[in-house]
Structures are given as C-alpha cells and as structure tokens.
Design a protein around this ligand. Structure first.
Ligand code: ATP
Length: 650
C-alpha cells in the first residue's frame, strides 16, 4: 500500500478541530496557501473565543424540540429582536413616504404664483435631507438586526435538525438518499435564512408601505384615490393571482429537481471508486446532464413567468398614471386639486407600484422559504422507528444473557426475513452465526442491539426486554464491530477512543498491542497521532478492521457483536486476531457473524441460519459429528482451501 504524501505533521488535530486540524494535518486539500496564511491568521486572531458546548443529549426530544416548526415558533425565542426589527420597519416606511409630502409642501407653499418663498424651499430641502439620512440609518440598523436574528435562528435550527438526525433510526437513513438529507441542511436552511433575513422584513416593509400610501392617497384626495383603487387594483389583483399559481408550479418543480441533482451528485461522489472501476464516468455524466437539464428547465419556466410579471405590472402602473393625468389634470383645472397635490399623487402612485414589484421578487424567497419550512417540519416530525418508551429504565450492568424469544422480523413487515426465532446465548458464551448470504445473520445482530425492533416477539438482555430500557444504557453495554468499519476524520487516537473518550494512554497502548496494530502505528509518521481521513479511505480494509476491533476492546462492552469483523484480514493478521479475539471475548457474550469457518470453529456454539430460521445449533464438534448443514458447509470450505466457503456453498 502506498502511503500518500498527505500524512505528516498530524499531531493534535481534533474531530472538527477547524483550521488547526486541517493545517497541521497537512491534508492535500485542507491547507491554507502560504500567500494567504498571513491574512488567514489575522482573521483568526479576531475570532471571538468559542466556548466549548456543554450539551446533553437524550433520545426523547425536549418540550422545546417538540414545538411545531413554523416561522413564528422559530422567531419566538428572539422576541426582542423581532419587536426591534418591526419598529424599525415602521420607522423606515414612514420616513420613506414623507418625501412626496415634503415636495407637495415645497411646491404649494414656496413655488406656485402668490406663494414664492425661498425660505420654505430651503427649509423643506434640509428637512428632506435629514429625513433621508435618518431613513438610511434606520435601514442600516434594521439590516443589522434582521441579519443577527436570521443567523441565530438558523444556528438553532441547524442544531435541532442535526440532533434529530442523531435520534432517528437506521431505517430512515437506509430509505432516504444521503443527498436529500444533506439538502435539508444546505439548501433548505439557506432558503430559510434568506427568508428571515430579507424576505419577512421586506414583506412587512413593502406591505406597510402600501398601506401607508393608500392612506396618504385618500387623505390627499378621496375622489382621485377612489378612481385609482377602482381602476388599477382589480387588474393588478387578477394578474397577481395568475402569477401566484404559475410561480408556485415553477417552484414545486425546481424544488423537486434540485433535490434530484443533489442526490445524483452525492451518489456519484460517494461511489466514485465503483464508478471509476466500472468505467461508468460517461454514463454518469449523461445521467447528471439529464437531472441538471431538468432543473434548468424548471428554472427557465420560473424565469419566463417572472419575465411576464415584471413588465406587465409596470404597464399597469403606466396605465394608472395616464388615467390619473387625465382625471387629476381636469380636477386641477376645476380647482378641485392643487398642483402640488397632483405631483405628490403621482410620486405616491409610483411608490404604490414599487412595493408590488418588490413583493413579487420577494415572493420567490417566500415560496422557497415556505416549502423549506414544510420539508424541515416533516423531517422534524418523523419519529424514530426505534424509540425509547416513556419512562424507559436504565439497563443495569448485565451479565450478558441474550435471549431471542419468538422473534419474527421483516424490514417490510409484510415480508418476513426472520420467522419465529428462539435462541438463548449464555453470559460469557460466544456464538457464531453462519449461513448463506441473505439468510438473516446481520439482521439478528441488528435486532440484538436494537437498530430495529422485532415485528413480533422479544429480545431480552439478562431477562429484560430491551425495548423497555434507554437506548443509551443499552448501547453502552453493547459493542459492535461492523462489516465496514467507519473511521472519522481525526487522529488514530481519537478514532480508537471513539467509544470511550476517557480511556487512558496505557489502555490505548494495550488495545493497540492486543489487536496487533503496533506495526501499523510504528509505520505511521506520527504514530497514533497521525490523522486518518474521513471514512478511513487511506487505511486498508484490514487495517480499518483492526482499528475497529481495538476500538471495541477499549470500550469494554459486556456484549460484543462482530459482523464479519475479520473478513478482510490476511492469514498472518488472522492469527494475530485469533489471539486478539481470545482477549476480546474473555468473559463476554459475543455474536460472531462468520463467513470464515475458522472464526466459527472458535466459538462456543454455532447457530446455522437459513431462510429466516435457525436450522442447527450446537458446539462445532457436535455439528461436525451431526453431519447436517454445518458439516456440509465445513466440508465445502475445506475442499475450497478454507477461504470464504460459506458464500460459495450458499
Ligand atoms: P450476508 O451474509 O450477505 O451478510 P445476512 O445473512 O447477514 O447476509 P441480512 O443482511 O440479515 O443477511 O439480510 C437478510 C435479508 O434482509 C436479505 O434478504 C436482505 O436482502 C434483506 N435486507 C437486509 N437489509 C435490509 C434493509 N435495510 N431493508 C430491506 N431489506 C433488507
């Protein structure tokens, strides 16, 4: 195996340790270019200190987390900011609308024949300027307030969604595409941020502006205001309803299609090894082109709808102005309206249409924000399929008796994978599950640590139904070494301590020796402080398995579940592992899912699972003497040279 140049200098990097982790780890993609280093250090020096979080996590959501996700409920915790923002919006809207009134005043009192006054004009101009300055200041303050509000609300929401992801059960993550789950955290939350930062305040501001202008129009001249409302508003209203339907359709389309784009992208990136190995690049590009193309079409449609709406509202505005010019001009001639008032009316009318245009622009943000809220709410209201019962007790320290009592289970309850399984594993006993592919071995293991609940029957630990205890207390006594161990971005040390962060250095060293990781650790540039990459792709499959075994050894669980945990090891590692397993299994109950019959032979008892049921149970010797399914499997295994025979025999 070639160790890439990406190692080196990796000491002290933490999980999510930010810039320290990436720069000291010398990762190929994580470093800051030297020419930017000075600037980056300056920015980091100005960073406010981040207090470490002291969060507690419980499987059952708190009262606050159970609150239905709506815009008001999200804003509720920041009432003071909302009130301040709203007051500022009112102030801005009033300040902005005083312009035409001042113009009217300057014309009527300073410019028309008989009322010439430079003083009035100059004073009004100064007031105009002051009002404009105040308006700018208020707008700046309002942007700061809503910006802060949006950042805080989004921060809370991100934590809430992430916490919910941590609570959900395995089936949720198997059923949902990873890209879709990511898009909840990325595009949906960004849409909401946009909505809270600009959308809501703009909506309030523009809505208020329209109300203020309507009131001003009526106080200026009732007849002219009535004409405006009667002639212009119905046309505008009908047209807006059309737009509402057309753009809603567009947003639903683009919403679904961007989710497809993200899902396709994440699948291609996640499966890049398989893609490359199978020469699927071209097919993938074609596929991605289709989904991106569909997304583009949806955007084009929305663009077309918007392109109609903007100019048409302008046209309606001009139509209104033309009508007013006629009607208002006639009123001026008949001395029913002052010339200043007519000009003010025109200015206001322009401003009456402006908010409509802006509202239409914000309408997109509102639509997106609304559908994002709906999707996030659905997500937050999805209960974990495996949940703690109310009043779940803490599982006391167990001896390790595992009982499957009339257990039936199907991932889809109408298609059972296991049927009426009964099995008892004594404390300290190791039991190997063998059987053909797809027989249900891993499923049995998943039921034992409550990744799923049986469709019927019970799983008991020391006689206690595991459904009645807290998930935390249950899993703290169970150790699982999965088929494909997952390593997190961080150092080897942190990965080893994953299940027990308080393990001492001596215990760490012991675990490394026991599973035979010493040689690997010594080869690495920084020993156990070397950074391993996300998903451990820089370690070989066997090395990852050794690391996962060491992790389980350190966690010291009462019950161990090894899901083909030694399948990727070579024969030499296997002998090391044999010894390691002896130490690992000492005094512990264990379920070993075994394809290699060497592992199975070491177990105290073997359980042969086939077609959703147990077909044979006994010690290795008993089963070999019995000449049943296991003996046949064993003979085939010997004949094939003793490697991975159960797959073939299946
Ligand atoms: P292997 O030796 O290949 O690991 P196994 O005996 O461990 O096989 P299981 O993983 O327990 O088999 O699967 C049992 C059956 O359940 C299989 O038919 C499989 O297709 C099905 N299955 C497994 N996981 C799921 C899932 N998440 N959703 C639906 N069906 C599943």
């Amino acid at each position: 195996m070639a160790w890439g140049g990406g190692w080196g200098g990796g000491g002290g990097a933490g999980f999510g340790g930010g810039h320290v982790a990436s720069s000291s780890a010398n990762l190929p993609f994580g470093g800051i270019p030297t020419e930017l280093q000075a600037g980056a250090s300056k920015i980091l020096a100005q960073e406010p200190p981040h207090e470490p979080s002291h969060l507690s996590f419980s499987q059952l959501p708190s009262e606050r987390e159970r609150r239905r996700l709506t815009l008001p409920s999200m804003l509720w915790d920041y009432k003071r900011w909302v009130v301040l923002g709203s007051l500022l919006v009112i102030v801005i809207s009033l300040l902005l609308q005083s312009g035409p009134r001042l113009t009217e005043y300057a014309i009527n009192r300073g410019m028309v024949p008989g009322h010439h006054s430079l003083k009035v004009i100059a004073t009004t101009a100064v007031v105009f300027l002051v009002v404009a300055l105040l308006g700018t200041f208020a707008q700046r303050s309002q942007a700061i307030v809503t910006g802060k509000l949006a950042s805080r609300v989004m921060h809370d929401l991100r934590i809430r969604v992430f916490t919910h992801y941590q609570r959900l059960s395995l089936d949720f993550f198997t059923d949902e595409k990873a890209g879709v789950l990511m898009s909840r955290m990325t595009s949906d939350i960004e849409n909401l941020q946009q909505l809270i930062q600009d959308g809501v305040s703009q909506f309030a501001l523009q809505g208020l502006t329209m109300i203020v202008i309507t009131a001003v129009l009526f106080t200026t001249n009732v007849a002219l205001a009535t004409w405006t409302i009667v002639l212009v508003v119905p046309i505008l209203f009908a047209f807006t309803i059309w737009f509402h339907h057309a753009s809603e359709r567009g947003y639903l389309l683009s919403r679904d299609r961007i989710a497809n784009v993200l899902a396709d992208l994440s699948e291609s990136l996640y499966g890049i090894r398989v893609v490359t190995a199978n020469n699927r690049q071209r097919r993938n590009i074609v596929n991605h082109r289709h989904v991106v193309g569909a997304y583009r079409d949806a955007n084009l449609y929305t663009g077309r709808v918007n392109a109609i709406y903007g100019p048409v509202t302008i046209m309606i505005g001009i139509l209104g102005q033309a009508l007013l010019l006629g009607i208002g001009g006639r009123m001026v001639l008949h001395h029913q309206l002052s010339i200043g008032a007519l000009i003010a009316f025109f200015l206001y009318l322009n401003r009456f249409f402006q908010p409509i245009q802006l509202l239409v622009q914000q309408y997109n943000a509102l639509q997106q924000g609304r559908s994002s809220i709906i999707r996030l709410r659905e997500l937050l209201e999805t209960p974990p399929s495996v949940d703690e019962i109310v009043g779940a007790t803490t599982l006391p320290a167990i001896a390790g008796r595992i009982t499957f009592e009339n257990v039936s289970f199907g991932y889809d309850p109408t298609r059972l994978v296991l049927r009426d399984v009964n099995l008892e594993i004594a404390p300290g006993e190791s039991v190997a599950f063998v059987g053909p592919t797809g027989a249900g071995k891993s499923t049995m293991a998943k039921l034992a640590n409550r990744f799923y609940d049986p469709t019927s029957g019970r799983v008991l630990l020391d006689g206690i139904d595991i459904k009645t205890v807290t998930l935390h207390s249950l899993r703290s006594q169970l150790g699982v070494v999965p088929q494909e161990p997952f390593l997190f971005a961080g150092t080897m040390k942190q990965n080893l301590r994953f299940g027990r962060p308080d393990a001492t250095d001596d215990e760490l060293e012991e675990a490394i020796d026991v599973v035979g990781l010493r040689e690997l650790v010594e080869r690495l540039p920084n020993g156990i402080d070397t950074v391993v990459h996300e998903r451990g792709q820089t370690l070989s499959a066997g090395e990852r398995q050794l690391l996962a075994l060491a992790r389980a050894f350190l966690a010291r669980p009462r019950v161990l579940i090894l899901d083909e945990a030694t399948s990727s090891l070579d024969l030499q590692s296997e002998t090391v592992i044999e010894r390691a397993l002896d130490r690992l299994l000492e005094g512990r109950s264990a379920i070993l899912i075994a394809h290699r019959l060497t592992t199975a032979q070491r177990a105290d008892r073997i359980v042969v699972i086939d077609q959703g049921g147990i077909v044979e149970v006994g010690t290795p010797d008993e089963l070999l003497r019995h000449e049943g399914a296991y003996a046949t499997m064993y003979a085939a295994w010997l004949a094939s040279g003793g490697r991975d025979a159960t797959r073939e025999s299946a």
